[in-house]
Design a binder for this molecule. Structure first.
Ligand code: SF4
Length: 506
């Protein structure tokens, strides 16, 4: 066996090593010292940070893991601390992954001596069976990234199985949504070099006879079918959805005439499509205005004659208008999430009649959501990119909505304030959103939730202030309110401030 490759930055691992407790700055500095500067600089451009320097939702690497696990004939292997791998494995199976998650464990010694890299290489060679796999994805989590484990030194292919190593640290990739892009972008880059090198496999059902529109962003399974119907009058067909479900779909995705950035945060993937010469169209066919603008943008980018674009609009827009009118949403809403589809859902809510005041997305601002932002702002909706949890909760308190749609902690805060709440990821974003089907799909669940307000009032009246202050926790004795303690504490704080001020003046 070759001599192990020592890690570039053993000093980063002195004492108890780098870990979550070290803080993002320490991890970042360690990773840079370990030779990851180029990757991190690209991440800083692709995924600019917001007010918070660490993820406020699930571990970002889940996004890459999910993309790998959903692909046929792909093995996904994690390299990271056991606690991170446990959480990621648990979450992936919670979300219905039916594949094994590979793991190469390490300890301080194997990390410092470079043996971890050798172990990863050995595991990759063992896994690389072309009868089973088209590709193997290896994901460096926080500690191996900060320590400089050089996945880029792995062979590009073994026995014809493609090897893709990526770094997905929480201190460089702010959301799991953007982590999907890290892997999708790396795969598209690999596939693009294969296309440039010579003929590649055709899609399973053969190449489309019509020019196709590649759909960027995970969506409800019925949405691509509906999109295909909307494109048909323009002589276009719906192409693959990226992230794809199998390797050969990557070639078909690159072969599309136009790329529809339905989710706007796929910066690295868009870079690959642009390198392949494909035009990109942002936003999505949601609601009446969104669909009209999207059909126009796609038709224009694909050089479709205006008469055919108009035919496509005439075919679908009256049905959308009818569906919106038939199922109106009544009530004031605040909306926040970290999936990246928040702005298009917001448009649909507004067109359905909702009084939407705030939309917060954990994803960054990109050119591909600009049309949605402008449309929403023109209707008085506050759009907050890279929204922090604090901003989302503050908006909920400020606007006092009839319904707060948001992440788990936002929904929890809403319910505490007796405001009905719906979890964005499971209850809103996982529904058909496009075309006539999308126009009516949100109303039932939202109106039902708003109508439940009285239940929160009943529950609140029943529980009173149980669980608050001295009525929280388990007590061995009868809890007593202690106003004298609070007064004493306040006196001490005032005294301390006065002392500090006096010292500062000296
Ligand atoms: S990989 Fe990083 S962000 Fe993810 S759980 Fe581990 S320490 Fe946290």
């Amino acid at each position: 066996m070759d001599t192990p490759t020592p890690i570039a930055n053993p000093a980063a691992l002195k004492e108890d090593g780098v870990g979550c407790h070290s803080g993002a700055e320490t991890m970042l500095a360690a990773a840079k010292a370990a030779g990851k500067s180029e990757t991190l600089a690209q991440y800083a451009v692709d995924y600019p940070k917001g007010p918070h320097d660490q993820p406020q939702s699930m571990c970002p690497a889940f996004g890459s893991l999910r993309v790998g696990l959903r692909m046929k004939r792909t093995a996904t292997v994690l390299s990271g601390s056991a606690c991170c791998v446990y959480g990621l494995t648990f979450t992936s199976h919670f979300y219905g992954a039916r594949r094994s998650v590979g793991y190469v464990p390490f300890n301080s010694e194997s990390l410092v001596t470079g043996k971890l890299f050798e172990d990863i290489r050995e595991a990759t060679y063992k896994l690389a069976d072309p009868a089973q796999y088209d590709s193997i994805v290896l994901i460096n989590l926080c500690v191996p990234t900060a320590s400089g484990v050089p996945l880029q030194l792995l062979p590009k292919q073994i026995n014809g199985v493609r090897i893709i190593g990526i770094d997905v640290p929480g201190f460089g990739v702010p959301t799991h949504a953007e982590a999907k892009d890290v892997l999708a972008g790396a795969m598209l880059k690999y596939a693009r070099t294969e296309v440039e090198a010579g003929p590649v496999q055709a899609p399973q059902g053969g190449r489309s006879t019509k020019p196709t529109v590649t759909l960027l962003g995970e969506m409800f399974p019925a949405d691509p079918v509906i999109l295909g119907m909307m494109l048909e009058p323009m002589g276009l067909a719906a192409g693959p959805v990226v992230p794809t479900r199998e390797w050969r779909e990557l070639y078909a995705a690159l072969d599309g005439s136009v790329v529809a950035a339905i989710h706007p945060f796929y910066t690295a993937s868009i870079r690959e499509f642009e390198a392949a010469g494909r035009p990109i169209v942002g936003s999505a066919p949601v609601g009446h205005d969104g669909t009209a603008a999207w059909l126009q943008g796609i038709g224009h980018a694909a050089n479709v004659p205006q008469a055919l674009i108009d035919a496509a609009k005439n075919r679908i827009l009256p049905a959308i208008r009818g569906a919106l009118a038939a199922k109106p949403i009544k009530g004031r809403i605040t909306l926040s999430g970290y999936e990246g589809s928040e702005l298009i859902v917001a448009r649909l809510l507004v067109e359905s009649g909702a009084d939407l005041r705030y939309v917060g997305t954990a994803c960054p601002r990109t050119p591909w959501s600009d049309a949605d932002r402008q449309w929403l702002e023109a209707r008085g909706v506050h759009v907050q990119y890279r929204a922090s949890l604090e901003q989302d909760i503050a908006a909920m308190h400020e606007f006092k909505p009839d319904l707060a749609i948001g992440t788990t902690p936002v929904v929890q805060a809403a319910k505490e304030a007796r405001i009905p709440g719906l979890y964005f990821t499971n209850l809103i974003s996982a529904r058909p959103l496009m075309g006539p089907a999308g126009a009516g799909s949100l109303a039932a669940v939202i109106n039902a939730a708003i109508a439940n307000k009285h239940r929160f009032d009943t529950m609140s009246a029943f529980f009173g202030d149980a669980g608050q202050g001295d009525k929280a926790g388990v007590w061995t004795d009868t809890p007593q309110a202690r106003p004298e303690f609070r007064a004493d504490f306040k006196r001490q704080v005032i005294k301390l401030h006065a002392k500090r001020k006096a010292e500062a003046m000296i």
